[in-house]
Design a protein around this ligand. Structure first.
Ligand SMILES: C[S@@+](CC[C@H](N)C(=O)[O-])C[C@H]1O[C@@H](n2cnc3c(N)ncnc32)[C@H](O)[C@@H]1O
Length: 310
């Protein structure tokens, strides 16, 4: 459990509130939630915020992205009832002291290597919406939002992958952990019959659909691939595994995604994996029912083409 969630629950447990970017804690009493991350959303029983109701108390867990957290603060301002208060909990490692200096809260409790900032509407930005998709800059021909991986450009690792992909990728394939779908868009040019774009973040799934221009071959799915299975039976899968969760390095997450990717291939299906060169995926692959066929190294990345055993 994130220490910021623990601190929030210890201090504000039992008080009915709107919960932003949070997860389940037995002490918290959430009346409504905003949480696009499916893994955390599935832990919460309260309904999604309807955009209308106002709350005298709001709880926010700061996210690793400063811009995304600012967008949540803007949303909180709109959702606060007159005289209401926002409690934002943030780990020191996510810049708690910087937030304290920037927001000048009414109080700032320090515990569990976190801070709990007490804020009223006057402390909050008067705009921002963490669920809004928009072009990240004037030149961009795609939509995205802060908080998504590599939200404003195609990740250089995925770009390196596209240089090694074959011109033709026939059959049904998937990009597991699709982000805003910029890799997915390139995959569509390679002649597939169907493309599943799957991510744990609902905004990534919605952005992927838009960025693929409503192509009927695309099926965008909101799934937590650690706990949920994709449709599977794929002729090929691309994977740029995540190695961060909640702002901290989390290699187990990438390994779990790799397991899902292999499992979801049909026999002799191809896995195209790209990862930072130093990450130990070759050793992990050695314990899976695949054979590494091709390896390309460059720009700090490693691309591996693996074939699932028949
Ligand atoms: C390194 S990014 C790759 C994004 C995209 N494929 C690209 O190449 O630009 C990893 C993606 O995995 C997603 N992800 C992380 N944990 C996940 C999970 N449990 N289930 C599904 N997707 C997950 C993240 O939201 C992120 O978009």
């Amino acid at each position: 459990m994130r220490p910021a969630l623990r601190l929030l629950a210890e201090q504000r447990g039992e008080v009915p509130a709107l919960l932003l970017a949070g997860a389940h804690h037995p002490l918290l009493h959430s009346k409504a939630v905003v949480q696009p991350h499916r893994g955390d959303r599935l832990t919460l029983a309260a309904p999604d915020w309807d955009g209308q109701e106002r709350f005298s108390e709001i709880h926010l867990l700061a996210t690793p992205s400063r811009e995304e957290t600012l967008a949540y603060l803007g949303l909180a301002r709109r959702a606060l009832a007159p005289g209401g208060q926002l409690y934002m909990s943030v780990e020191n490692a996510l810049g708690a002291d910087g937030w304290r200096k920037r927001l000048q809260p009414l109080s700032a409790l320090s515990k569990h290597k976190c801070r709990l900032l007490q804020l009223s509407a006057e402390h909050l930005p008067n705009q921002g919406d963490p669920l809004e998709l928009r072009p990240p800059n004037a030149q961009a021909d795609f939509v995205s939002c802060p908080g998504l991986f590599s939200w404003d450009r195609l990740d250089p690792g995925s770009q390196f992958l596209t240089q090694h992909l074959p011109k033709s990728l026939p059959g049904c394939g998937a990009d597991l952990g699709c982000g805003p779908g910029l890799l997915g868009r390139q995959l569509l040019t390679r002649g597939c019959q169907r493309l599943d774009l799957i991510d744990v973040d609902q905004r990534a799934v919605q952005a992927s659909l838009q960025n693929c221009g409503g192509d009927p071959r695309v099926r965008a799915l909101w799934l937590d691939l650690v706990s949920e299975r994709p449709p599977g039976g794929y002729a090929w899968v691309t994977l740029n595994p995540p190695f961060h969760g909640s702002g901290r390095e989390n290699r187990a997450l990438g390994v779990a995604m790799l397991g899902r990717a292999v499992e979801s291939l049909k026999p002799s299906g191809q896995l195209w994996l790209v990862a930072n060169q130093h990450l130990p995926y070759p050793q992990v692959l050695a314990s899976m029912p695949v054979t590494v066929i091709e390896v390309h190294v460059g720009r700090g990345y490693k691309v591996m083409r693996c074939q699932k055993n028949a």
